[in-house]
Design a protein around this ligand. Sequence first.
Ligand SMILES: [Zn+2]
Ligand SMILES: [Zn+2]
Length: 137
Amino acid sequence: MVANSQVEIGLTLEALTDGIVVHGRLCADWVSECRRCLRQLSGRSETEVQELYQAVVIDPDAYPIVGEQLDLLEMVRENLLLAVPVAPLCTVDCPGLCSQCGADLQTTKCGCSNKIADERWAALDLLKIDESRPTTE
Ligand SMILES: [Zn+2]
Ligand SMILES: [Zn+2]
């Protein structure tokens, strides 16, 4: 998801015998949401581009030159889609939403018995049992 607001483009064109190479840097602000808690996120992505335009498209990755014009829109759009995070997280350890009541676990302790949490505690309980087990030779 790329915000419509601002895309900065700095491109250099280089003529080849069989086409034009467009290279430079794209910069865009984006808004998205955390994939776990759906909190709104925004950021800025930069990407280097190097793309080939050809009047007669021979290279399968080349963009067509139509009527002696370079249509940058499609190229810019495709590169930005690759540059922005597809499924960002607000923080790397975002606890997300409670699977039962939907509470935001980052700010709320809802008290539901969460399945994942249960498994973690079960593992801890096993550890405790192991540690307290008397060592017999
Ligand atoms: Zn989050
Ligand atoms: Zn809950």
